[in-house]
Design a protein around this ligand. Structure first.
Ligand code: SAH
Length: 258
């Protein structure tokens, strides 16, 4: 028998932030492979009691592939559970290639990315009318080489919102790139550690000048998202102009101008 392998987004951590479709597949799955260090184990509460559950924390890519191939021979539904959304900073293509080659059907179920969950946890919006309308998802280059045009300095020069993944352990370098791109030392920065993880979420609010020190003091050096944006803290602005979106004089598709 050939089952189908689903790459399911577990969401950022809270077990009720997986999608209904993802939870249904976990309940249906004969086998689930999850990333122990990243996926909150509470999400596995959706799995059926007789499901075979394995942690890929200590497996290499070849072992993960072999596990998925083998389980797909035995179960109709196999789930590879990823943090957040499976299409961001995972190894989907590398894992799907051998499955495609073996003729095993593959599907992806979206998840709530930690970028969205971090903004929500901090009570912030990533876009703000007339201030910034663009969001860049990126990371510092490290072992994963990045094209020069995608260096953090080059991207930060746009002045729009940045959601920086996988870089908290090098927060000082992040600050250097932003400074080189022209961001002021007083620019607001929000760090969200383990967004939505029950009892573990931690939010730091600072500026480019003090955020690295705050991270050191709070000992945050992994599983955190760095949010930098001219829209941060907008709720507290007292001199903000009302947005055109709800301006009575501004015609919208479903609402004539008054
Ligand atoms: N696919 C995932 C990202 C995986 S890469 C997603 O869509 O969110 C792992 C990085 O994601 C971490 O280094 C961290 O920057 C971020 N991350 C994952 N879970 C997080 C969480 N609960 N809170 C904050 N950042 C998180």
């Amino acid at each position: 028998m050939n089952g189908k392998v689903w790459f399911v987004g577990a969401g950022p951590g809270a077990p009720d932030l997986i999608t209904v479709r993802g939870a249904r597949l976990l309940a249906e799955a004969g086998a689930i492979l999850y990333t122990g260090s990243l996926v909150a184990e509470t999400v596995l509460e959706w799995a059926s009691p007789d499901c075979e559950i394995a942690d890929s924390k200590s497996m290499d890519l070849q072992q993960v592939t072999a596990w998925l191939l083998e389980q797909a021979q035995r179960h109709a539904t196999v789930v590879r559970l990823q943090t957040g959304d499976p299409t961001l900073y995972g190894v989907f293509a590398e894992l799907a290639r051998p499955l495609d080659h073996a003729g095993i059907p593959v599907g992806i179920v979206s998840g709530v990315s930690s970028a969205m969950a971090s903004a929500a946890a901090a009570g912030e919006c990533l876009t703000l009318p007339e201030i910034t309308q663009t969001v860049i998802f990126t990371r510092l280059s490290e072992r994963t080489q990045m094209p020069e045009r995608e260096s953090l300095t080059a991207l930060a020069a746009h002045g729009c919102t940045l959601c920086i993944f996988l870089s908290i352990e090098r927060i000082e370098a992040v600050v250097e790139h932003l400074t080189a791109a022209g961001w002021h030392g007083t620019a607001p920065v929000v760090i969200v550690h383990k967004a939505t993880w029950p009892d573990e979420e931690l939010i730091l609010r600072g500026t480019l000048d003090d955020i690295a020190m705050q991270c050191r003091v709070a000992r945050i050096d992994r599983q955190a998202l760095i949010l930098v944006s001219p829209a941060l803290g907008a709720r507290a602005w007292t001199d903000a102009q009302p947005s055109k979106l709800y301006d009575a004089a501004f015609p919208r598709r479903f609402r004539p101008a008054s």
